[in-house]
Design a protein around this ligand. Sequence first.
Ligand SMILES: [Zn+2]
Ligand SMILES: [Zn+2]
Length: 139
Amino acid sequence: MPTATEFQQMLRGVSLRVTAPRMAVLSAVHENPHADTDSIIRAVRDRLAAVSHQAVYDSLHTLTAVGLIRCIQPLGSVARYETRVGDNHHHVVCRDCGAIADVDCATGPAPCLTATDDHGFSIDEAEVIYWGRCPACKS
Ligand SMILES: [Zn+2]
Ligand SMILES: [Zn+2]
């Protein structure tokens, strides 16, 4: 878990003002990888009781826009957030309960799959989600 000082440096590094909601959202997302907005609101309120829903939404939006957090939304799921950014990792999602886990990219840098035909596009990402059943749902 990064220290408060490190979270402040992350915000300043992308020219964002350090605010209590942003700090609380960053640490809540860090502690609850792949949490949805409602869970993040609950976790943020544990540290910052007076924070409004709107302040949490705004912080999530801003932090996502500057790349400090990443938003993922597997099919059939609500938006989920994580602080693990920039490493092109993928996710495995349980078809039954929606559990999500991180999977390191098998090749490393994006795009990790070479398109058989790029149609002249400059491709920078292949969005990979592994689908299956988690250990609990399998048994
Ligand atoms: Zn499951
Ligand atoms: Zn992840």
